[in-house]
Structures are given as C-alpha cells and as structure tokens.
Design a protein around this ligand. Structure first.
Ligand SMILES: NC(=O)c1ccc[n+]([C@@H]2O[C@H](COP(=O)([O-])OP(=O)(O)OC[C@H]3O[C@@H](n4cnc5c(N)ncnc54)[C@H](O)[C@@H]3O)[C@@H](O)[C@H]2O)c1
Length: 432
C-alpha cells in the first residue's frame, strides 16, 4: 500500500521503516528540517537498536522516503498515519496542538480529492480525538464518503521498538466502519498478530488504560517496598513470589526509582485529566503518580542522610536514560535526582552508554565520563539510576579500590546486597 506517516519520532520512524520493510511504499513526513536532513543521509536522530540498518535498507530498496510536504504525501497515500508528539501540559492534560495542526494540513490537502483514504491516529490522544479529526476534515469540506478516521494506538517500547512493532501482543483497531477496519487489517495481515476491533473511543482509552495499569503495577510494588523497608522484608523476594502468581505476573514488579519516560508519566496525568473533564475524580490514578514522585524524594533523602552532608561531595551517577537501550531523557528520574543533588552542593560525575549527547543539553552543570570506572574514581558514593546490562558486570574489587567512600545506592535493585557487602560496599537499595 501507499502510506504516509506524519512525524518521524520513535513511533513514526519505526512505523514507517517497519511498514516499508513489509513491502509498502512509505513517505515519512516531518516539519523538522534538520531531522529530515539527517534521515536523508541515512542517520537516525535518536538511539534505537536496529533502526539505522532498517531505515538504510528500505531507502536503498526504494520503499522509504522522507519529506516535509505533508500535502503531497497525503494526496498520494491510501493510509495516512498521524504519529506526532502529544506532550503533557502544565496541568497534566495532553497537548494536542501537533495532532490538530496535522489534521488541518491533511484536510486542506484532501479537499477535492475523490479517493477513499484512511487516516490513522497512532499518537496517544484523549478520548474524542478521532471525532475531532473527523470534524476538522468535514469542516474543510472533505466529504465523509472519502475518508475514515481510525484509532490504532501504538504499544512499542523504546529500546525494543522494532521487535515490539513486528511481534505485538495485540493490534487494536478502533474504527467506525468495516471498510476502514478492513484496510488497516490488511496492512497488518503479515504480522499474524491478534487483532482487536473496537470503537474509536474504546481504542483511544485502551492505550491510556494500558499505560496506567503498567504504572500502577510499578507504584504498587514501590508502595510494598516502602512497607518492606519499615518491617524488615526484602521487596525483591516479595515481588518474585507475588509475581509467580499467573493472575499477577512478574513484569513491571521491580521496585526502585519509579517510572519515567515519554509515556507513563504523561499518560497517567492525561487520563486523570480525561476522567476529571468527564466528571469523575480518579482515586487510584492520582495515588499512582503520588507514589512515583515519593520514590525519588525518598531516594534523595537516603543519600543525604547516609552521607550526612551533600555539600562538597562527589557522586558518580550511573545511567541517565529513563530506561536501558534508549537515549530518551524525557521525565527520566536521573534528572530529578541529579538536580536535587547539585542543588545540595554535590559534584556529579555521570556515565550513560547512550544518553550523553542529549544529557549534555539538559544537564550542563555535571561532568560526563567515558565509562563506569572513570565515573566512580574518587567518588563519595555511587548511584545507579538506569539498569543498563553492562552495569551488572562491574569488577567489584576494582570498583571498591577506585571509590573514596564505599556507599552504593542502587535505585533499581540490580545487585545482590550480600555480594555487594562482601565486596566491601555499603549497599542501600529500595525496599530491602
Ligand atoms: N515513544 C514511545 O515509546 C511511544 C510509544 C507508544 C506511543 N507513543 C505516542 O506516540 C506519539 C509520538 O511519540 P514519539 O515518542 O514518537 O514522539 P517524538 O517527539 O519522538 O516525535 C514526534 C515527531 O513529530 C514531529 N512533528 C511534530 N509536529 C509536526 C507537524 N505538525 N508536522 C510534521 N511533523 C511534526 C516532530 O518534529 C517529531 O519528529 C505520542 O503521542 C506518544 O505518546 C510513544
């Protein structure tokens, strides 16, 4: 099929490259000229394993192109994906400016075009956005017989985005008619995935509900961790056994510094806003965010209490990205921890395998190091924030010799406390 994908971020570029690889003819559109320049040179503007190769392969095969011309791409395409950002506003509600802008551009482009098009919203948007996009088109005199708006939320995770896109647990297609549903089903047919057909409004809520549930699991186990600390239990043991219950499941039951990133925090806040707008004050969701914020404050509190004073200390921070295998720093716990420590007078020596480049822009006040051992040399404490695999294999004897003081704050509970103590470290985890 001929496809247009508007927005070349984590979701749009992965969607475009994967659909091209499945044999479709894809034009990826962005308004960011610098980004397009890079993409045309076969460079991916962010870190996502396997994506540069997939993009290059499909450019070479002539199935993937990049453009700033949303009108031309929309006119040619049978299916138009909207995959632009929906960042949070100060009050938590989703900022839908970019989606609205794109909808207007598509509407202007499709005026007078007498071919049926499916417009697919892949961005995470408040319930009712499908109706909104439909209205933008009809207001611009695009007759309803020539288009249909579908909600097809994306569930990929940064760091494993390609494999998640190609092997999804489910594909949700929210459509108001079977013609549009059939077009999108056909597009996904080769993935052999479980397809769920819903109303547009249900599909929009499914995305928020899924992310809110994942966030709830994290805050739930963090709440249990906070109880563990006070009663002498170890949350790792508790979570393992609780998660073995098939009704509960092991995933997203790791206590620590809580969730960050471009999705969970903003989607929980946006859902709270959606609920309140609709006249319901959500109780669980508000607490989910509250526990998440508490985790960071409590962690900073532990560091300052243990070190007695922060002023003049040097702390090695290992891991900056909001999770491993990405360079995304949006809502990353590292930023809040580092800013608080710097405010307290700490000198930070940080290392992250992928996120140094974007971090330099956000955290100009810290020192960036070339590796783990470089960062920890002479440090009063080591603080682990992101569970990058390479951090699990540190030479403990070498590390112990390099630090000035042996305090180790494990914000992700990646280490065995006993092993750390045997290596001479004073280990402080979360809920253990
Ligand atoms: N990142 C994820 O892991 C993830 C996963 C699932 C869903 N989502 C959702 O998908 C959407 C996109 O997220 P993302 O992380 O890919 O965003 P992103 O910020 O990485 O990328 C958005 C892109 O859209 C472009 N853009 C903005 N306005 C535009 C316009 N008017 N015309 C053309 N291009 C425009 C930007 O330049 C940017 O390149 C969001 O709603 C997000 O919540 C994200």
């Amino acid at each position: 099929m001929k496809l247009a994908v508007i927005g070349t971020g984590y979701v749009g570029l992965v969607t475009g490259a994967c659909f091209a690889n499945l044999g479709n003819d894809v034009v990826c559109v962005d308004k960011d000229k610098a980004r397009l320049l890079l993409l045309n040179k076969r460079q991916v503007p962010f870190y996502e394993p396997g994506l540069p190769e997939l993009v290059a392969k499909n450019i070479t095969a002539g199935r993937l192109r990049f453009s700033s011309d949303i009108a031309a791409a929309s006119k040619k395409a049978e299916v138009i994906f909207i995959a632009v950002g929906t960042p949070p506003q100060a009050d938590g509600q989703a900022d839908i400016t970019a989606v609205a802008e794109v909808a207007k551009s598509i509407a202007r482009a499709l005026k007078g075009v007498k071919k049926f098009k499916v417009i697919v919203n892949k961005s995470t948007v408040p319930v009712g956005m499908g109706d909104f996009v439909t209205k933008v088109l009809t207001d611009n005199r695009v007759p309803e017989k020539y288009f249909s708006v579908v909600s097809n939320p994306e569930f990929l995770r940064e760091g494993s985005a390609i494999s998640d896109f190609l092997n999804p647990d489910r594909i949700v297609i929210g459509a108001s008619n079977s013609r549009a549903f059939n077009v999108i089903t056909e597009l996904y047919r080769s993935l052999k995935a479980h397809i769920i057909f819903t109303s547009v409004k249900s599909a929009e809520l499914i995305k928020y509900a899924s992310n809110a549930f994942l966030a709830t699991k994290i805050s739930f186990i963090n709440e249990i961790a906070n109880i563990c600390e006070r009663v002498g239990s170890d949350v790792s043991e508790v979570a393992y056994a609780v998660g073995m219950d098939k009704r509960i499941g092991r995933e997203f039951l790791n206590a620590g510094l809580g969730y960050g990133g471009s999705c969970l925090p903003k989607d929980v806040s946006a859902l709270i806003h959606v609920a309140r707008e609709a006249g319901y004050d959500p109780k669980i969701l508000a607490s989910v965010n509250e526990v998440n914020e508490y985790q960071i404050d409590a962690f900073i509190g532990k560091i300052s209490k243990t070190l007695k004073t922060l002023r003049g200390r040097t702390i090695a921070v290992l891991g900056l990205a909001f999770k491993p295998e990405t360079d995304d720093l949006r809502e990353a716990p590292s930023i809040k921890v580092i800013k608080a420590l710097v405010k307290g007078g700490v000198k930070i020596r940080a290392y992250d395998p992928a996120a140094e480049r974007p971090a330099r822009k956000i955290l100009p006040e810290i020192d960036f190091c070339s590796g783990v051992y470089d960062a920890i040399e002479g440090a009063d404490a080591i603080v682990f924030i992101t569970e990058w695999p390479e951090f699990r294999d540190i030479d403990l004897i070498k590390a112990r010799k390099l630090v000035k003081q042996p305090y180790l704050f494990d914000g992700r509970n990646i280490y065995d406390p006993k092993r750390m103590r045997e290596a001479g470290f004073k280990y402080i985890g979360v809920g253990r």
